[in-house]
Design a protein. Sequence first.
Length: 385
Amino acid sequence: MTDWKYRHPHDRFCKHHDRLCKHHDEFHQYHRILRFSRPFALLFYLLVIYLLFAWAGNQTIAVIFAVFISIKEILQLYFLWRLEKRVFQPIASLNRGVQEIARGNYAVSIESNVENEIGLLIDSFNQMAKKLQASEILQQNYEENRKNLVANISHDLKTPIAAIQGYIEAILGGTARSSEKVEKYLKIIDYNIAYVNKLIDDLFLFSQLDMNKLDFHFEEVQIGAYMYDLMEEVNLELEEKNIQLSYTNLLEHEYSVPIDPKRLYQAIRNIIGNAVKYGPDQGLLIKSDLYLQEGFIYLAIQDNGPGIPEDKLQHIFERFYRIDSERTKDLMSTGLGLAIARELIEAHGGKIEASSIEGKGSCFTLSLPNTRLIKENIDETDPGD
């Protein structure tokens, strides 16, 4: 375990600004010079006045005094020039930057090449401005997402509710007179109610994830055996739809991974469900491989579906995003499945990535960290083999 010692923020800051920190006391030196030079300057002027009166009429002494006074004035002018360049001008620039921040302009940066504490202060100000600008952009994106979320929820709820209301009115109004038509309408109503329930469940789950209020119950799980049981259960359901699912455990050993079995199951089901939604009606093949790479457990889920266009691939994990909204609407898609999957995987400390070739299929790769070897060799009878 690495020893951890507390370091003052200034020390950590100086670590990244060694060149500036070498001159961190320059401002205090200027201050000391100004403070101690005042009494010496006063004594010097008094001495000059005394000697002028004492040796009045001596031209040589007068020239010497004139030289001393000139040297003193030159040194003073140099000191004031240096003070203006290295202290007053940077402070004026810093003041203008603060005024821009006060106006709400966070895209401000102060250029300064002074190597003193004011240089450190300006560098800290620039970092603060960058963080404020990033926070402002994040807030704007959050507000835009919130507006889109409300609009999407309204749209997605309105359509099934309108359908439910229409078919109920048809039944109550006597339009559906035969029992067959009534049964058909009731099935449509049931379908739309199920869709609304699924949308509400996904919204509730996603809101809990978004606010970090979803409870996770992690436990050490043998990942090979866990994945085998999960894939067997999913395979039984897909076989009824004539969808072929193949699963290969490429692990040479069994590993223990801290996961929430329920939440990881839901994430994987969402990814496989996405392949089913967009896959062909006939001949859909889903291939999954479990393997170890650089200390991470990976699960790759690949399908032979239509693939995802390159311009849409970067958006598929966004909430309510649908590649083909008209088609997925009939397949009870809420547009939250992949967004939820990403949040659940990231809550495990892992990542989820997608790659696709349009017309050839897509591949979703999940990674899980914190693996621990628990058996040297997988038994030949291990069901995950």
